[in-house]
Every structure is written in C-alpha cells, then in structure tokens.
Design a protein around this ligand. Structure first.
Ligand SMILES: Cc1cc2nc3c(=O)[nH]c(=O)nc-3n(C[C@H](O)[C@H](O)[C@H](O)COP(=O)(O)O)c2cc1C
Length: 198
C-alpha cells in the first residue's frame, strides 16, 4: 500500500499555522488529476480562509439552527445535528476550508429522472476520487484534512453563500494537525468480499 493511504487520518484538531497558497494549489492540482466519468472533471473549488471562512461557519450554524427549529431539509437526521455542530467548530478552528461543487449537479431537494440520477452518481464518484487525491496529497505533505458532508445540514445557507454552479458536494478542512489519531477501525476484507469463479 502506498504510505499516504495508511498515514491519512481525519484530523479534527489544528494548529493556528496558516497553509500557504502554493500548498493549497498543490492539493487542488492533485485533486484535478483524479479520474472522472467521461473525463467530465465535475469539480469546482472555493477556497475559504479568514473572514470568508468565518462567514461560512456562521452560515452553517444558521442552517443547523433552522434544522433544529423544525424547518428541516433532513427531518429524519436530527440525531446528527450535534455532530454537525462539532464539525462547524472544526471548520472554525482550521485555517482553510475548501468547498467542492459539482457544476452539473442537482440540489438534493430537486427530483431526478433515472438518466439524470446515473450522471449524478458518476459525477459524485468522480468528486470522491478528486477529494481522496487531495486528502492523500495533504497527508504526503504532513497536512491534515477532514472530508465534510455535514454541510448538508445547512445546504441552502451554504449554497447561497458559496454561489457555485450546480450542487455543493462536500467540503475539505485543511490545516496543520494538532493531533495524531490512531487508525479508525475497518472491517476485515474477508467480511466484505465475495469471490466468484466459474
Ligand atoms: C463522504 C464523507 C463525509 C464525511 N463527513 C464528515 C463530517 O461532516 N464531519 C466529520 O467530523 N467527519 C466526516 N467524515 C470523516 C469520517 O468520519 C472518517 O473518514 C471515518 O470516521 C474514518 O476515519 P479516518 O478518516 O480517520 O480513517 C467524512 C468522511 C467522508 C468520506
């Protein structure tokens, strides 16, 4: 296994040290090399630092409060709101948050026909490859990352703030790690694989 795969962890504590624009560009370059369905490269980035990042965290908190107050986009997921508040605190502490949008995507509140859904699935897989490339490149450089989907609890607020075409797909927190977490558990391969022959 390449060393970055085993070295990477989700980092939830960061030092205050900034990340240089050159390093952020190197991460985005790694993301941009990811494979994608039909080479559509369905990723666009918004890099937030400083006051712009603080405004995004505020918008996320407003969305979480709206979800709590009953006007929820995800009414069956209220048990995850405390986790989303924790994620907002991590975004607040870290120096950089990168939003990743799918310019061909449809926001979660809009229906999709089967064909659109297949495109959406392929584009989101491509975005997953892009984000993993970014996380592995960061690990190779001694930077920490956290892949964030809790922004779906503030989907409208953050989409409005980001103003990106299509749908917001995820965020990536980036910074210098202030913790060295142990590996999170994984299922054993024999429990998740089936081999078929003949
Ligand atoms: C698609 C995706 C979304 C995630 N969203 C969040 C999140 O919003 N907040 C958070 O703290 N961690 C989030 N994580 C991190 C996972 O909790 C973490 O990857 C998992 O527990 C395994 O730990 P590891 O990354 O250290 O191996 C996300 C990970 C992925 C792949």
């Amino acid at each position: 296994m390449i060393p970055e795969i085993s070295a990477r962890r989700s980092i939830r504590q960061y030092t205050g040290e900034p990340v240089s624009r050159e390093e952020i560009l190197a991460l985005l370059e790694a993301g941009n090399r990811a494979p994608s369905a039909k080479n559509r490269q369905p990723w666009r980035f918004l890099v937030l630092t400083g006051k712009a990042k603080a405004e995004a965290v505020e918008a996320m908190r407003q969305g979480i409060a709206r979800e709590r107050q009953g006007d929820a986009l995800l009414p069956g997921s209220t048990r995850h709101l405390a986790g989303a508040e924790y994620t907002a605190r991590i975004m607040e502490q870290a120096p950089v948050v990168i939003f990743v949008a799918n310019p061909y995507g449809t926001p979660p509140c809009q229906p999709l026909d089967p064909e659109e859904r297949v495109y959406e699935l392929a584009n989101l897989q491509s975005i997953g490859a892009c984000i993993e490339n970014i996380c592995l490149e960061a690990a190779a450089r001694g930077l920490g990352t956290l892949w964030v989907c809790d922004l779906f609890f503030a989907y409208e607020e953050l989409s409005r703030l980001a103003g990106m075409e299509g749908e917001l797909a995820a965020a990536i927190v980036v910074g210098h790690p202030a913790e060295t977490p142990s590996p999170r558990p994984r299922r054993k391969i024999e429990d998740i694989v089936e081999w078929r022959e003949n």
